[in-house]
Design a protein. Structure first.
Length: 332
C-alpha cells in the first residue's frame, strides 16, 4: 500500500492528525451511515454491469415490470400459470434489469475555492473546516463512498482553467481508498488560477463523460460567464447533474465593514472599496440573483441545485439535507 492510500481508520471529518487522506476521508461513524445509502439518479439508467440500479431495459432482476403475450421461443419458466389458469392465455412475466451507473464528481480546485482568510493557501492542514475546497472534497468523498456501496461506479475530475486530473471509474467499496486519495491530492498546490468562463475547462472535448450517468458539479459558481452553457453541455452528454453550490459563511453572510482593499483570489487584482449597508444589500441581491439563475436553469433541464454553507456540520449536510433533497437515499 502506497503512502497516498494509507488512512487513519478512526479519523473523523476535520481531524488533522497528519495521516495521508485524513483531511478528506469520512470518519468511521459517518462511513457506517453512508454504507446504507446510495446516490439517487433521475429515472432509470443503463450501464454495462449488473448492479442495484433499475435501468430502462428489461432483464433478470426480481422486480416485476409487466406482462406480455407468450411467443414461441420464450423461456417457459417465465410463464405466469396463475394467469393461464384464470384466462387460458399464456403470458410471460417481465422484470426490470438492474445495472450499475457511473457517478462522476467534478471538483472545482481554483484559487477562489482554496481561499480562507488568514490561512496559507499552500497548507491544507491549516485550512479551517469551512474552507470551500476542503468541504467540497469531503462531500465528494461521502457521496462517492455511497455510490460505491450502492454497486455504482465512481469517477472524479478536478478542474481549474482546464481539467487538471482525472480518476477513471472505480467500482466496489474496496476501491474507496483510490477515490479518497485522488480527492486528497486535489487539495495540493494550485497549478494555475481558474477560468473566468466555466466553458473553458468543462465544455472542452473529452471533459464530460461519454456514457449516460450522474454527475455532481461542486463549485462556488464564481464565474463571469459560461455556467448556463455548461449546464447545457451536461444535458447534451446525457448526464443527470447535481449542481452543488459551495460557499462559505463569509460569502453567504459577509461581515465586512469600512474602507477596505479587496484582492481577487484568482487574478490577485486589488480594489479599494467602501463597504456599507447599501453595498452589502447590493451584494446580497446579486448573490441571490446568481443562485436563482442557476436554480432555474437546473430545473429547466431536470437537474438538481443544492446550496451548501460550509459552516454547517458535514454530517448534517450529507445525512440530513442531502437525504431531504433526495440526493442520497436508502438502498433497496
Amino acid at each position: 500500500m502506497s503512502p497516498a492510500d494509507r488512512t487513519d481508520a478512526n479519523a473523523a471529518p476535520g481531524s488533522r492528525n497528519g495521516a495521508s487522506g485524513s483531511l478528506v476521508r469520512p470518519g468511521d461513524s459517518l462511513l457506517r451511515s453512508l454504507e446504507r445509502l446510495a446516490v439517487s439518479a433521475s429515472g432509470r439508467t443503463r450501464g454495462t454491469q449488473q448492479g442495484k440500479r433499475r435501468s430502462g431495459a428489461l432483464g433478470s432482476s426480481l422486480e416485476f415490470a409487466d406482462y406480455r403475450a407468450y411467443v414461441p421461443g420464450d423461456d417457459i419458466r417465465r410463464l405466469d400459470w396463475n394467469v393461464w389458469g384464470r384466462t387460458g392465455r399464456a403470458y410471460i412475466r417481465q422484470y426490470w434489469d438492474e445495472q450499475e451507473t457511473d457517478v462522476t464528481f467534478y471538483l472545482d480546485v481554483s484559487r477562489s475555492m482554496r481561499f480562507s482568510p488568514g490561512a496559507p493557501e499552500a497548507d491544507p492542514a491549516a485550512w479551517p473546516d469551512t474552507n470551500k475546497l476542503l468541504y467540497a472534497a469531503r462531500i465528494a468523498a461521502c457521496a462517492g463512498y455511497a455510490a460505491l456501496c450502492g454497486d455504482d461506479r465512481a469517477a472524479a475530475v478536478r478542474f481549474a482553467s482546464g481539467v487538471e486530473g482525472r480518476l477513471h471509474p472505480v467500482r466496489g467499496r474496496g476501491a474507496a481508498h483510490r477515490l479518497f486519495a485522488f480527492l486528497e491530492q486535489s487539495l495540493g498546490p494550485a497549478a494555475d488560477s481558474g477560468a473566468e468562463d466555466l466553458r473553458t475547462p468543462l465544455a472542452a472535448p473529452g471533459a464530460l463523460p461519454v456514457r449516460p450517468g450522474v454527475s455532481w458539479l461542486l463549485t462556488d459558481g464564481l464565474y463571469a460567464s459560461g455556467i448556463e452553457e455548461t449546464l447545457g453541455a451536461f444535458a447534451a452528454a446525457r448526464q443527470h447533474l447535481v449542481f452543488v453550490h459551495v460557499l462559505g459563511p463569509d460569502e453567504w453572510r459577509p461581515a465586512l465593514r469600512g474602507e477596505l482593499r479587496l484582492i481577487d483570489a484568482e487574478s490577485k487584482a486589488a480594489k479599494d472599496i467602501a463597504i456599507h449597508e447599501q453595498a452589502l444589500r447590493a451584494y446580497g441581491e446579486a448573490l441571490r440573483g446568481l443562485a436563482a439563475t442557476i436554480r432555474k436553469r437546473c430545473a429547466e433541464l431536470g437537474f438538481v441545485y443544492f446550496a451548501v454553507d460550509t459552516s454547517v456540520p458535514l454530517e448534517e449536510t450529507v445525512l440530513v439535507r442531502m437525504a431531504r433533497h433526495g440526493l442520497l437515499q436508502r438502498q433497496r
